[in-house]
Design a protein around this ligand. Structure first.
Ligand SMILES: [Zn+2]
Length: 350
């Protein structure tokens, strides 16, 4: 745990926040000792990461599997054109910018796909999980992890001009599965692919999530909103669905019976089309460290290849392959999972 923030409590840096009666010196001290895990650092994640870093949390871990693409810049407020040109993973670029914003926060980047195999190394040791993901599979995984390791989490999602947010506290509130009951079938919910997304709803939902986060981290659970809040900024509508209308379901597999199907990997889809991108993420079954120079040498005659310490990018025909060091790749130029697997097998190997 970092104590670097402790010395700053009485200083000017946090003075406006300490003046706010809801936080005060005691709340600021709690924030400075808190450890936050942010999963997904796209639009929602960018805004939440900045708010939490500026608020002076003790440690902020940013987990993200993706790299920065030009189409991100319209709403993913932490990133710049230079990050995009350099081909940085989002988590890496995020902590570079955040360390300029607040050097007193301990920052960690995890360039990783959060899945049943990787999540156990991440969640324990954190006081809160913030959801900046773009898919229900990962959210149900976060829900299981929250319950198993007793860590509250805040859910947020947006598409088009519509967005929603809710805070989940183990043993105190219903869980995501109580609220939504079953995993939505693929294709049943609109995505950034089909409906686009505008910046204002991203900032609004991220702000709601961050407000609930600050309440949780300062121990003020009685201040939580207690509603599934949703907004449509184009239809000009606001809804608040009160959780007291929903009992915790004793039959809920996750919070009632404590069967963590998503942590056990029962619903895992290893190769997935990515939201908002003409792209598919491909996993290898047995990831080992990838040797970029060797692969670059092999692919160079076939197209344009470059790499940095985090990422190799190869433009071959109509496909762009972005290969991470853990062997995971994002194949751009297709939404077809099978085609992406073939491209991976052909150019990277099986
Ligand atoms: Zn439940």
């Amino acid at each position: 745990m970092s104590d670097r923030g402790l010395g700053s409590i009485s200083e000017a840096r946090y003075s406006r926040q300490v003046l706010f009666p809801g936080i005060g010196p005691e709340g600021q001290k709690m924030l400075s000792q808190s450890r936050v895990l942010l999963v997904g650092c796209g639009g929602l994640g960018s805004v939440m990461a900045e708010i939490m870093a500026r608020a002076g949390v003790g440690r902020l871990t940013i987990a993200d599997r993706d790299y920065i693409d030009e189409s991100n810049l319209q709403r993913q407020s932490l990133y710049t054109e230079a990050d995009c040109q350099a081909g940085f993973p989002k988590a890496t670029a995020a902590i570079r910018h955040l360390s300029d914003i607040n050097s007193g926060v301990e920052l960690a980047a995890e360039v990783v796909d959060v899945n049943p195999k990787t999540i156990e190394a991440m969640v324990p040791g954190h006081d809160l999980i913030l959801d900046g993901t773009d898919n229900f599979e990962t959210r149900y995984l976060l829900n299981d992890a929250s319950l198993k390791w007793n860590v509250p989490w805040v859910y947020g999602a947006c598409v088009g001009a519509y967005g929603m947010s809710i805070a989940f506290v183990p043993r105190r509130t219903p869980c995501l599965r109580c609220v939504l009951e079953q995993l939505p079938a693929p294709g049943s919910s609109p995505t950034c692919d089909t409906a686009g997304v505008i910046g204002p709803i991203v900032h609004l939902v991220a702000a709601l999530e961050a407000a609930e986060a600050i309440k949780i981290l300062t121990g003020q659970l009685d201040r939580l909103n207690g509603k599934l809040m949703s907004f449509d900024l184009w239809e000009n509508q606001v809804w608040g669905f009160h959780l007291s209308q929903l009992q915790r379901d004793s039959d809920c597999p996750a919070c009632g019976r404590r069967i963590f199907e998503f942590l056990e990997g029962k619903h895992e889809g290893k190769t997935v089309a990515l939201c908002g991108r003409d792209a598919v993420q491909v996993h290898r079954d047995a990831p080992s460290v990838v040797d970029f120079p060797t692969i670059a040498g092999r692919l160079a005659p076939l197209g344009t290849v470059n790499f940095n310490e985090f990422l190799l990018r190869a433009l071959i025909g109509r496909f762009e392959i972005a290969l991470f060091r853990d062997g995971r790749a994002i194949v751009r130029g297709t939404q077809d999972v099978e085609e992406a697997r073939r491209v991976y097998a052909k150019f990277i190997g099986s």
